[in-house]
Design a protein around this ligand. Sequence first.
Ligand SMILES: O=C(O)CCC(=O)C(=O)O
Ligand SMILES: [Fe+2]
Length: 294
Amino acid sequence: MTGIVHTGSMHELAQIVDLDRYPLHEPESAAYATAVAAAREGLRSVGCAVVKDLVRPEAVTLLNNEIVERKHTTHFSTQVMNPYFHTEVNDEFPSDHPVNTFLERSSGFIPGDSWEPGCATDVMFRAPELARFLADCLEIPELHCYADPLAGLTANILDPGQLFTWHFDTNDFAVTVLVQEADEGGLFEYSPAIRNADDEGFDRIAAVLAGEREGVHTLDLRPGDLQIFRGRHSLHQVSRVPANSRPRHAAIFAYTEEAGVIGRLARTQQLFGRVLQAHVDAEEQRIRSDALID
Ligand SMILES: O=C(O)CCC(=O)C(=O)O
Ligand SMILES: [Fe+2]
């Protein structure tokens, strides 16, 4: 046992997720099959699925309160980056090429070690029923909570004035629950399948970065909705939250197909401004399992 002290009350999945409408605990039910089929259709066609009102309205307030309580632990960072998260000019490409187009990303993450076991956000993230459902939607055998102590469970915070500019994800898929929407802006926009394994799609990407709207979808996402998104091939952004708006809060649940995965040192430092001993140990373990001479 880790000896973690439980503060506050312990929550249960049934308080948080609308199990009447979405019986995640009854995978054999017709309602479960309907929800999975709808999500699969969205993921197959545009790489995006929204499970409307998965979170009960009262629980949306609870999740938002948990974010507000932990907001002082947010690691905010601003980068001027290309869609591939790089910040350096690449002389092999012209100056107006996507690789050399640098846009502002300003947002912050509440890290995984800010959520104690039993808080509602953590209970939802760790519910085996939810992982089972997500795996079914994504048509993969099983999912495990990303074991990274900082990057497994996070909240993405966009304060007034901030945006998360156009990019591709490095993960195959992302799971997001919108918890508080901005009064205006702060919209999730994406261009499905703008690139694929055989085609970088640089011309199409350049057009979107220059403001072209053709082929760009704006997601109708409301607080309490869960979004499953395949962001490797779909360029996407969260548009700017205006200076006079409420902040935008989204809980982000990370899962992996293998159990026990931990993030790399450099990336962890970039996203959270620090690393934990677990990251150092995992990096050492990687080197040890790779190198022949000990
Ligand atoms: O906050 C969101 O909805 C997702 C932001 C995003 O695209 C990301 O974190 O990669
Ligand atoms: Fe993303």
